[in-house]
Design a protein around this ligand. Structure first.
Ligand code: UPU
Ligand code: MG
Length: 344
């Protein structure tokens, strides 16, 4: 079949079969969150020794997808009672706040090293968010995890994505398919030279669902840490309905939305306002803002704009350079032929 500009498009029957293969392969693996609960307990025990008033909350993919994909890391943030109580509060961004977070994480790293001497522990202070990265040894403790401190935004944005993904049975499958494809193509920030984090891809998936009215807008303020469990429950995945037909159609439509309908020149993927209403101009995400950032020594691009729902003035797509945007388009074109490389 041919699409716009004469590009060839995979036949939907082939896409359906490929998508079903992907899902059944995932379903044949262990996806429950027991391994995460086990690490949660170990991390809690260490946190208890550093500061018994702090509680480790789980966020990231385990919460967003409601399953634990083998090999994927787990994200923890240690929150104080005040952080939880003020569960809709904005996260502090000052250097002082970052210093306090690093201090706590350093003390935690000492305890973790003492209690689990086989684990590889690294404190990364120089990033936007200080993070303690831990790699479990192979075998029983094979789960790797990141720990941050006093930041609610990850818990809130994970709850927000989860609230979207639970509205539509195909959504989690689409998210998993897109993540796998973004890694294979090298577009995922976890790969060398990649530019969009899995978090960014998930916002893109939700924005697409909103644009198609497949989900209802969830007000960002509704995510309040005070009402979120430190370890949200496991949500088993189910075989897609209608033999994968709806999912196959959605997958192809996702690609064609970003290839032919989304207008990166003016539009911002945003979950803050009704879908389609946020423009680069509204946020002052312009060429001039890119130049100003460059003067400050930052490399921020506003070519592919994904507004962070909780951070002020942060483009989750800031690493998409003009060159990377061209690559993204090429990969989307290829994705239309190959159903996100499932048929490659
Ligand atoms: O909120 C964000 N913004 C980002 O730009 C990237 C990640 N995240 C949150 O961290 C989001 O909730 C996502 O699902 C979760 C897991 O991301 P991951 O596996 O890359 O791990 C992150 C690690 C390395 O970047 O640092 C998080 O554990 C932590 N991190 C945050 O907690 C990083 C950036 C950030 N918040 O804003
Ligand atoms: Mg992580």
């Amino acid at each position: 079949m041919k699409g716009k500009a004469g590009r060839s498009i995979a036949a939907i029957g082939d896409v359906r079969a490929a998508v079903l293969r992907f899902c059944s392969e995932q379903l044949s693996r262990r996806l429950d969150t027991k391994p995460v609960e086990d690490v949660h307990q170990k991390v809690s025990a260490c946190v208890q020794q550093v500061d018994p008033t702090m509680t480790p909350y789980i966020f990231g993919s385990t919460v967003v997808l409601g399953v634990h994909e083998q090999g994927s890391d787990v994200d923890f943030v240690c929150l104080s009672p005040a952080d939880v109580q003020d569960g809709k509060g904005a996260d502090a961004v000052s250097e002082v706040a970052k210093g306090l977070q690093s201090g706590f994480l350093f003390r935690l790293s000492e305890v973790v090293k003492r209690e689990h001497y086989l684990w590889d522990v690294e404190l990364v202070r120089r990033t936007r968010v200080p993070v303690l990265r831990v790699k479990g040894s192979l075998g029983v403790d094979g789960v790797s995890f990141d720990v941050t401190a006093n930041r609610r935004n990850g818990v809130r944005n994970s709850a927000l994505l989860r609230a979207y993904f639970t509205q539509c049975p195909e959504a989690r499958w689409l998210s998993m398919l897109v993540k796998q494809w973004s890694k294979k193509t090298g577009l995922n920030a976890s790969v060398d030279g990649g530019c969009i984090t899995s978090y960014g891809w998930n916002i893109m998936v939700v924005y697409y669902l909103l644009r198609r009215k497949l989900v209802k807008l969830v007000p960002v303020e509704s995510c309040d840490v005070a009402n979120i469990a430190p370890m949200p429950p496991y949500m088993p995945l189910e075989t897609p309905q209608q033999d994968g037909q709806a999912l196959a159609v959605m997958l192809m439509d996702f690609v064609s939305y970003y290839l032919d309908e989304f207008t990166p020149e003016t539009e911002v993927m945003s979950l803050t306002r009704a879908a389609g209403e946020t423009t680069k101009e509204m946020l002052s995400w312009t060429k001039q803002a890119e130049d100003m950032a460059r003067i400050r020594g930052e490399r921020i691009h506003y070519r592919w704009c994904i507004e962070d729902p909780y951070e002020f003035d942060l483009n989750v797509g800031r690493n998409v350079t003009p060159f990377k945007l061209m690559l993204l388009r090429k990969h989307l074109e290829r994705a239309q032929e190959t159903a996100l490389l499932l048929l490659a």
